[in-house]
Write a protein of this length. Structure first.
Length: 430
């Protein structure tokens, strides 16, 4: 081989890499015995060389770990599983495929992973199609059977669920909630100024109002992060890492394109809290002022390699989300799910859903939101609330009227809750 490239750090081992139009070939000098070569060192050197040549292909990718992992793979079919774990597709065009239909244990393609919600806490509905992450990182379709409610506190959400992995599955399989993913049924929307917030801050300038509301939302999100981390840090090590990964991706700016600046603030706050927990320091108070010199991803953190992989995953999701947006823009649809009137039916275990404002490819969601029915319940709750506001002053002067006030308040809460349930995940016929 003429003018081969000598790998860095392998002068004594006489390893060479020759680049051709079809790829790279690794050579070993004739005067070097195989017993002098350490397989692990060879893999590391090759991985370092390859990563230096491919660094520009992916944003913030720690490719050395990726290539080293691939080199140890024995079966070529497992390469895709490795790439999936690192959030990297087999092609770099990030093409969105709208034709997705659920089947038990069917692999959910990478082009749909950006639609999997990363919140570590979800309430799953019996019969709902969800994503289940297997041990090797593959995410497949399963259906929720029911939650396991044993040993739950009054404010605890279910941490274990039974799932069905086949149509004939009668027993179900018990899984952890951190291995289950809900599908995002619509786009993230920009933070909006609600009518109640406008009334609450009436009299201030528009800039002041927006700033106050943003600060309120930031503080609320930070408090949410603090509460989540308190729960997560009590989990066993394997579950803790899963939960931190979910929280990390939930607030990653690449996963929150419509509110990137807001998410970036919370994301940096989350990283800072992880650093403090790792150092044995208490979590911050939400109002505490922090030094701007606080490192974002410290090199000494045991989470550093995980951060890099999770950044790759978030970037991959960003690319696919942009690809989906372009697809629906080209085909004359917003890609929103659940907008407009909707109809849900369930017959013989099958399901169908049609939405006035959504694309037909989302026909498998089950149960489905019903915005038309939701609005009816919310409007009735608003009417009851107005009546309640009229009756309330009489209750203050007449104790006998308090029972009627309580009854009407209960009616307002019940109807508003039903509206929320219809809007969130709908109600099936049974």
């Amino acid at each position: 081989v003429e003018q081969p490239h000598k790998l860095v750090g392998t002068i004594k081992k006489r390893l060479y890499l020759h680049e051709t139009d079809e790829g790279c070939i690794l050579y070993l000098s004739k005067d070097c015995k195989s017993s002098d070569i350490d397989q692990h060192s060879v893999y590391m050197e090759v991985a370092i060389f390859l990563s230096s040549h491919c660094q520009g292909l992916f944003t913030e990718t720690h490719l050395t770990d990726l290539f080293k992992t691939i080199l140890y793979v024995k079966d070529e079919a497992d390469v895709q599983r490795v790439l999936s774990t690192y959030g990297i597709p087999l092609t770099n065009d990030y093409e969105f495929d709208p034709s997705l239909t659920p089947e038990f244990m069917k692999n959910i393609p990478l082009s749909w992973h950006h639609r999997l919600l990363q919140d570590p806490n979800h309430i799953f509905t019996p019969g709902e199609w969800v994503g289940w992450e297997e041990r090797d990182g593959t995410i497949v379709f399963v259906r929720i059977a029911y939650p396991l409610l044993e040993n739950l506190g009054p404010n605890d959400l279910p941490s274990r669920y039974k799932i069905f992995t086949s149509r004939d599955d009668e027993e179900g399989r018990e899984v952890d909630v951190l291995d289950l993913y809900k599908f995002d049924k619509g786009r993230l929307k920009e933070l909006e100024l609600s009518e109640s917030q406008e009334l609450a801050v009436a009299g201030g300038t528009e800039q002041t109002v927006q700033r106050d509301i943003q600060e309120y939302n930031i503080n609320s999100a930070k408090k949410e992060v603090i509460e989540e981390l308190k729960k997560i840090w009590k989990l066993p090590e394997d579950q803790r890492k899963k939960a931190i990964r979910r929280l990390y991706l939930k607030w990653h700016p690449d996963k929150n394109l419509s509110r990137a600046q807001f998410a970036d603030t919370i994301f940096k706050f989350l990283i800072r809290q992880l650093e403090r927990l790792e150092q044995g320091l208490p979590l911050e108070d939400v109002g505490e002022k922090n030094s701007p010199s606080t490192p974002h991803h410290p090199r000494y953190s045991k989470w550093s390699s995980s951060y890099r992989r999770w950044n790759d995953t978030a970037n991959s999701h960003k690319q696919y989300a942009e690809s989906e947006r372009k697809y629906w823009h080209k085909h004359g649809s917003s890609g929103d799910y659940g907008a407009g009137s909707s109809n849900y039916s369930s017959r013989g275990g099958g399901s169908s859903y049609s939405s006035g404002g959504g694309p037909s490819c989302y026909s498998f969601w089950d149960p489905s939101s019903n915005m038309s029915e939701a609005r009816k319940w919310v409007r009735q709750a608003e009417v009851d609330m107005k009546v309640l506001s009229v009756v309330l002053p009489f209750a203050e002067s007449s104790p006998e009227a308090s029972a009627n006030v309580c009854f009407m308040a209960h009616q307002v809460a019940e109807k508003a809750l039903k509206g929320g349930m219809y809007a969130t995940f709908g109600l099936s016929e049974n």
